[in-house]
Ligand binder design. Sequence first.
Ligand code: DGP
Length: 115
Amino acid sequence: MATDCIFCKIVSGDIPADIVYEGDHVIGFRDINAQAPTHVQIIPREHVAKISDFDPSRDTAWLVELFQAAQKIASDEGLDKGFRLVFNNGALSGQSVLHVHMHILGGRQLSWPPG
Ligand code: DGP
């Protein structure tokens, strides 16, 4: 746990969140500033700052569960017509929270390209 990390504090329960998925290595919770009818953050319980820090000798369990969680959340939320998964990585992408998180967005027509 990183003591100054908002998402670590959500994992520990020190900051409340609307949690929609809890697994061994991953949790999912609704985004505080939702950009779509479904907008959930899926994060590893372990603190890893960004996806470019991913280490396959260490991080495979949460990586696999991240996508299993996305499947389950998409099913639970009725996103059968489509959804989008997004990782922002680093300053130019707009990553604002330095704890790996995969956005799952759905429930409306999503445009492309993103801003
Ligand atoms: P990014 O720009 O990819 O770093 O997205 C971070 C997202 O996290 C952003 O959409 C807002 C969300 N977020 C930030 N702080 C909190 C929080 O305390 N609670 C919840 N539920 N979401 C948060």
